[in-house]
Design a protein around this ligand. Structure first.
Ligand SMILES: [Fe+2]
Length: 621
C-alpha cells in the first residue's frame, strides 16, 4: 500500500511516499525549484517521490494521500483572529484572504489535478490529519522507541502551537495542547525578526549568535512578555507583538522595552543583538525543559520524541538531554513543516488504518535521512561530459584515501554522492567538508565559500564509534540535532578578555585543537556518522583519521548564501564553479577547480536548472 504525504503553502513544502509503512522517498520542493524554503505545491518533489516508488507513469496509482494539516480549520483561526482584532488587522487579513480563496482552501482538487497530471489515478480519499498530529507522528513513528512521550513545538498549526502526546506501538494520542497566539516558535521568530534576521529561515542564526551574548534580558522577557507556568505552558502578553493584527512580528512597545528600534537587516551586530539572542535562547531552553518535565509526568514514559520547528534548536535539545529528564531522546531530522508530510503519511498508516509498527529500541526508520534523489556514475559522467568538465574517475579503493588527502592538505572539498538528505541539514551526501584542525578554516569557509556571516560556527561530522573521545557526548547524534561540548582536555582555557574583542577577532581565536568546529562557548553541533547508514562517508572519515589521527571533518551544506542545498550534479557543479571550493567529488569522479574551463565557457551547465525544473530525475535520466 502506497501513501503519499504532502506539506505546503506555509514554508518548506515537501512530499514523500511510504510503502507498507516504509519510507521510500522524501524531499523538499526547494531542492528542485532552487527557491529557498519554497512554499508552493510540491509538484516536483511529488513527481520525484512517485518516480522513486515506481508509480510515475506506471498507471498503478497510489492508495492514499495525506495532507499535513486541516486547511479549513487553519482558515477559521485566521478569520477568528481577524474578528477579534478588527478593524486593526485589516491590512494583514486582506493580504491573506485572496491567497486562501484562490489556493489554500482548495487543496483537495489541487492534489487530484497534480496526480492526474503525473498520470496517476487519484485515490478515493485524501486525509487531513491536524498539523501537530503530523509533527507528532513524524517524531514517534520513525523513532526507535516502542513507547515514548511526544513533544511538538512550532510556530502555529491550526490552533495548536505545542502539544504533548504519548505513543505506544502503533497508537499515538495527543493529550494536551497550547494554543495560538501563545507560541514558543513565534516568540523565537519575533526575536529573530527584531535582531534583523529572516523569520522562518534564520532562527538558527539567532541560536548561533547566542553564545556571544549575555542573558541580560532573560528576566525582562520572563517578567514582561511571558506568564510562564511550572508545566511549561504560558501566555504571551500580546501588547508587545504585532503578529495578530500587523505584518510585523513585534511593535513599538516591544522596541521600547528593549531599548530602541530593531536591527536593520545586514547592519552590524551590536552587543544588544547578541544579548537578545542569548536571552531568548535561555528562555526557550527553560520552556522546553519545563514542557519536557511535564510530558514525563503526564505520560510516565522514559523516552521522548521531538518535532516541530523548535525541535531544530539543537542547543535546547542538548540541554534537555543533559538535564536527564528523559533517558533517551529522538528528534525527527525534518522537524519543521517538511517533516509534516512524512508524519501525515505515517499517521494514516498507523493511527487511522491501525497497521502495526516494529521498533527495535535501537534503529530508527529514517535511513539516515538519505531519502532523496541519487545519481548513478553513468548519469554523472553524462552530465560532466555534456558540461565540458575536466574530471578523473577514482577507483573504489583510492576514493577515500585520495579525498582524505585533499582535505588534510587544507583543501575545501565539495562532497556529492548517494541520496540527498531530507530535512534542513546536509549529512555528508550534499556537503562541503574540510579539515577541522585548521585555524583559518572557519573564516575561510564563511567568507569565501558560503558567503555568510563570519560568526557562525561549523558542525563536525565524527566517526560514530569515536564520538566520546572528542565530545562530551555518550551517544550517537546522527542528524546534527544535539549540541555538546568539545572534550575539556581538547579545549584551550579562555583568556577572559573575549567579550571585549571585536566579533571577528573572537571568532578567529582558537579555542581547541579543532578550532573550526568549536563554538565560542566550546560547544559543537555534532553529527555522528555510522557505517550502517552512510558507509561511504564513514570510509572517508576513517581514511582522514588514518592520515591525521583526527576522526572529525567539518561538514557544512553544499550551497551558497540564499540558495537551497544542491540536489543534482548540475547544481553541485554550478556551486563548485561559483565558489572557491578547491575540488568537487561527484560520486566516483574528482574535479579540480584549477583544471576547469573558465566560468562562462560551459554553455551547458549555466542555465541547466536555474529557473526551476520538473522531475523526472534519477529514475529516468
Ligand atoms: Fe509546524
Amino acid at each position: 500500500m502506497k501513501i503519499v504525504g504532502l506539506s505546503c503553502f506555509y514554508h518548506d513544502s515537501a512530499a514523500c511516499v511510504i510503502e507498507d509503512g516504509c519510507i521510500v522517498a522524501a524531499a523538499q520542493e526547494e531542492r528542485f525549484t532552487r527557491k529557498k524554503h519554497d512554499d508552493a505545491f510540491p509538484s516536483a518533489a511529488l513527481r520525484y517521490c512517485l518516480a522513486e516508488a515506481g508509480s510515475l507513469g506506471s498507471g498503478a496509482g497510489v492508495d492514499a494521500v495525506a495532507f499535513y494539516d486541516k486547511p479549513v480549520l487553519k482558515f477559521h483561526r485566521i478569520l477568528e483572529t481577524y474578528l477579534s482584532t478588527a478593524p486593526r488587522g485589516l491590512g494583514q487579513f486582506s493580504r491573506a484572504l485572496p491567497v486562501w480563496l484562490r489556493e489554500k482552501l482548495w487543496i483537495e482538487p489541487r492534489i487530484q489535478e497534480e496526480l492526474e497530471r503525473a498520470g496517476i489515478e487519484p485515490p478515493e480519499r485524501i486525509w487531513f490529519p491536524e498539523h501537530h498530529e503530523s509533527h507528532a507522528a513524524s517524531a514517534f513513528y520513525p523513532s526507535p522507541f516502542e513507547a515514548a512521550a511526544v513533544l511538538t513545538v512550532d510556530g502555529v498549526g491550526e490552533w495548536a502551537t505545542a502539544t504533548i502526546g504519548v505513543g505506544e506501538g502503533a497508537r499515538l494520542v495527543l493529550l494536551e495542547q497550547l494554543d495560538f497566539p501563545h507560541s514558543l516558535g513565534l516568540l523565537y521568530s519575533a526575536f529573530t525578526s527584531f535582531t534583523g534576521f529572516k523569520v522562518n529561515s534564520a532562527e538558527y542564526k539567532v541560536m548561533g549568535l547566542a553564545p556571544y551574548g549575555e542573558g541580560t534580558y532573560t528576566d525582562l522577557i520572563l517578567r514582561e512578555l511571558i506568564d510562564l507556568k511550572p508545566d511549561g505552558s504560558f501566555r504571551l502578553d500580546m501588547g508587545y507583538f504585532g503578529y495578530l493584527d500587523d505584518l510585523e512580528m513585534t511593535n513599538e512597545r516591544f522596541a521600547k522595552l528593549f531599548g530602541g528600534p530593531p536591527r536593520a537587516p545586514e547592519a552590524p551586530l551590536t552587543k544588544r543583538d547578541m544579548d537578545l539572542a542569548r536571552s531568548v535562547q535561555e528562555v526557550t531552553e527553560e520552556i522546553v525543559l519545563r514542557m519536557a518535565r511535564h510530558a514525563r509526568q503526564l505520560t510516565g514514559k522514559s523516552r521522548l520524541c521531538l518535532a516541530g520547528g523548535v525541535a531544530l534548536n539543537c542547543v535546547a535539545n542538548g540541554k534537555l538531554l543533559r538535564a536527564g529528564v528523559f533517558d533517551e531522546l529522538w528528534i525527527q531530522p525534518a522537524a519543521g513543516d517538511a517533516g509534516g508530510a512524512l508524519g501525515a503519511a505515517l499517521a494514516i498508516w498507523h493511527n487511522e488504518l491501525g497497521k502495526p509498527r516494529a521498533a527495535d529500541g535501537r534503529h530508527d526508520a529514517m535511513q539516515g535521512a538519505y531519502l532523496g534523489p541519487e545519481f548513478s556514475p553513468a548519469q554523472i559522467r553524462a552530465y560532466l561530459d555534456a558540461a565540458g568538465a575536466v574530471y578523473r574517475e577514482l577507483s573504489d579503493a583510492e576514493w577515500a584515501p585520495v579525498v582524505a588527502q585533499r582535505i588534510a592538505d587544507e583543501q575545501v572539498v565539495g562532497l556529492f554522492h548517494g541520496r540527498m538528505e531530507f530535512g534542513p541539514r546536509a549529512l555528508g551526501n550534499r556537503s562541503i567538508v574540510g579539515d577541522p584542525r585548521s585555524p583559518r578554516m572557519q573564516s575561510l569557509l564563511n567568507r569565501k565559500i558560503k558567503q555568510r556571516e563570519s560568526f557562525r560556527p561549523f558542525a563536525p561530522a565524527c566517526l560514530e564509534e569515536r564520538i566520546a573521545e572528542v565530545f562530551e557526548l555518550d551517544r550517537p547524534s546522527p542528524y546534527m540535532l544535539l549540541v555538546a561540548d568539545v572534550k575539556r582536555e581538547r579545549c584551550l582555557p579562555p583568556r577572559g578578555d573575549e567579550r571585549r574583542l571585536d566579533l571577528n577577532e573572537w571568532v578567529n581565536r582558537p579555542r581547541s585543537d579543532l578550532p573550526a568546529i568549536t563554538h565560542v562557548d566550546f560547544s559543537a553541533r555534532v553529527q555522528s556518522v555510522s557505517r550502517a547508514t552512510n558507509p561511504r562517508f564513514h570510509r572517508l572519515l576513517e581514511a582522514f583519521d588514518a592520515l591525521t589521527g583526527c576522526p572529525v571533518l567539518i561538514n557544512t551544506s553544499m550551497n551558497v548564501r540564499g540558495e537551497p542545498i544542491v540536489c543534482t550534479p548540475a547544481d553541485a557543479f554550478r556551486c563548485f564553479l561559483r565558489t572557491q571550493l578547491d575540488c568537487l567529488v561527484l560520486g566516483p569522479f574528482l574535479l579540480d577547480k584549477a583544471a576547469q574551463p573558465p566560468l562562462g565557457e560551459n554553455a551547458d551547465w549555466s542555465g541547466s536548472r536555474s529557473g526551476g525544473s520538473t522531475w523526472p530525475g534519477s529514475a529516468t535520466d
